[in-house]
Design a protein around this ligand. Structure first.
Ligand code: DAH
Length: 371
């Protein structure tokens, strides 16, 4: 640290500027080398000490001889310098490597960069998709802003039908002048991509559809207005309910371990007939019954069923707009199964997470556990 009091050649602007620039540079260099609280205290005394502090000594030397009109520009610059010193004192202590910038130490390790990791939801979604890729499925995507036709009507939810109440829908504003089938909404499930796929291509179809879906649901520990699903569709000749059972039983074993058992429970979805809910034996208690499975030994995971002939009829009607003789999806020849699962629910069970909100909070303490 220099104790020398620099000479101020004149009170002209260029001389003032140069003199204070030199002092500011001194402060910067010294501040960058403050690696211990002791060094910081010495720095404080050196610059701000009440009697022998450098700022006090320089101010005495420069201000006393200054003509009246030079006091203001001098005063402003002293204040700026003082602020710079105070900021240096408030800043966290320099690490050895930043202190070494003045004389670069090439033996120090480089700065560690932490690479990003896939978000746990994305990881689970990719895992599910992978299981089906291995079975020969490919991936299809569709829009999140969807028409009423694809989201509901073609899936056999007629306008005003109570089945629509099961999916509380976020409608896009100012659509009432359009015919009901063209009105836009946020898709409530990934199932509309089944229709988009079948309208565009002929069987055999084996696809999975991962993506975001939206519902007008209040957020709580198990609900979020935006969440994720993976949909599946298999359409071909001679597809039966036992193909559906075998496929999903395999998928659940691949995701949760080969010990899990599956059970198919009668259910209802407008676009499948028959429909089923798939349950897996509780992975927490092995099926004995615990709090997690509400003492039933089973956990409900996804919906599925055989594609309803009404869905094939809607697809055919659409395809006939470009080819009036189209008979590709004749339900006498073609059958299929479909399924849909919630990614959050599966990730929560995989990792034992009790609040869906953790996925969206951005809390690094939560996310880093999946690194
Ligand atoms: N789309 C349904 C929902 O969001 C889930 C579903 C059930 C999809 C059965 C399917 C299915 O493809 O066959 O509630």
């Amino acid at each position: 640290m220099s104790d020398h009091i620099p000479q101020l050649n004149s009170h002209g602007e260029p001389d003032l500027e140069a003199a204070f620039a030199t002092l500011a540079a001194e402060v910067r260099t010294e501040a960058a080398a403050l690696t211990t609280p002791d060094a910081q205290e010495a720095f404080r005394l050196h610059w701000l000490g009440r009697k022998q502090g450098r700022l006090k000594l320089i101010s005495d030397a420069w201000l006393k001889s200054a003509p009246a009109e030079a006091r203001k520009p001098l005063g402003i610059r002293f204040n700026q310098l003082k602020q710079q010193i105070e900021q240096a004192l408030e800043a966290p202590l320099a690490t050895a490597s930043t202190a070494a910038v003045q004389g670069i130490d090439v033996t120090l390790p480089g700065a560690i960069r932490t690479p990003g990791i896939p978000h746990p939801l994305l990881k689970t979604m990719q895992e599910i998709v992978q299981v089906f890729h291995h079975l020969g499925y490919s991936t299809n995507l569709g829009p999140q802003v969807e028409t009423d036709f694809y989201n509901f009507e073609a899936l056999n939810f007629p306008p005003n039908h109570p089945a629509r109440d099961t999916q509380d829908t976020l409608q896009i504003a100012h659509q009432s002048s359009k015919p009901s089938r063209d009105r836009l909404l946020m898709r409530t499930h990934t199932s509309p991509v089944q229709i988009r796929t079948m309208v565009a291509q002929a069987p055999p179809i084996r696809i999975v559809i991962p993506g975001k879906v939206h519902r007008n649901d209040a957020a709580d520990a198990t609900h979020s207005p935006i969440f994720h699903q993976v949909e599946g569709l298999c359409v071909d000749t001679n597809i039966t309910f036992s193909d559906l059972k075998g496929t999903l039983d395999h998928a659940m074993k691949a995701l949760f371990g080969s010990d899990v058992k599956t059970r198919f429970f009668p259910s209802f979805f407008p676009f499948t007939e028959p429909s089923a809910d798939v349950q897996i034996s509780c992975i927490f208690c092995g099926g004995k019954g615990c709090r997690k499975c509400k003492h039933s030994g089973w956990i409900e995971l996804l919906g599925c069923g055989m594609v309803d002939p009404a869905v094939f009829a809607a697809v055919t009607e659409e395809r006939r707009k470009t080819n009036p003789a189209d008979d590709t999806y004749n339900p006498e020849r073609i059958t299929g199964f479909a399924f849909g699962m919630g990614v959050e629910r599966i990730a929560m069970i995989q990792h034992g997470i009790s609040d869906i909100g953790h996925f969206y909070s951005g809390d690094m303490r939560f996310l880093e556990q999946f690194a």
